[in-house]
Design a protein around this ligand. Sequence first.
Ligand SMILES: *[C@@H]1O[C@H](CO)[C@@H](O)[C@H](O)[C@H]1NC(C)=O
Length: 238
Amino acid sequence: MKITLFLLALATTAFAQQQTLCDQYGYYASGSYSVNNNLWGKDSGTGSQCSYVNSVSGSGISWYTTWTWSGSENNVKSYPNSGLVNLKKQHVSQISSIPTSVKWSYDNTNIRADVSYDLFTAADINHNTYSGDYELMIWLARYGQVQPIGSRIATASVGGNTWELWYGANGAQKTYSFVASSPITSWSGDIKGFFDYLTQHQGYPASSQYLITMQFGTEPFTGGKSTFTVSNWSANVN
Ligand SMILES: *[C@@H]1O[C@H](CO)[C@@H](O)[C@H](O)[C@H]1NC(C)=O
């Protein structure tokens, strides 16, 4: 009896129940991880999307999102994502590593969408967490010829892969996007290496920028019905 109760307690603390998020900013957090349905650009088109949390543990999060979007084929409709919560805000130069691993899949790739990491940094430690002075994106895939903001400025070798590097500004925010040449559906790497590259080659001011947001997800433009499944995402900032 005692053993059964102990196991029950362990099961409820280590794994959250499945959650369904269909509201524009439907959000769920447990331990170090969150999931946000995040339909920030929904008014540029028509469609629907819900995100589902399967499980969360200390070593990762499992979730998926199902969407259908049409209209304005060059506009992002949403960014359903998993994120790190309670990020300890420190300057990028003080961070020794940002190890992360992910395994994901799309059941229908006849879509216009990317699969990407999204990180924001800012000089102001109290900056809002949905934008920054700088945005670092790592596109593990793109479907339907969608493009990052700005234009292609270089080819970069980081963490054993070769990436197209794109740069563009969105108001005051400077966005660097590293784009894989073909979909990488299983990836583990150290995101600090991307900041180091930008510091060395693009004058990125790592010693005055706080890391304020770290997320992984997908940006649908148009298409569907399509389901994006993240079987396991993990990330840490050291
Ligand atoms: C998720 O990934 C982390 C880091 O690779 C690993 O430690 C953990 O066991 C994985 N979890 C599952 C459920 O596969």
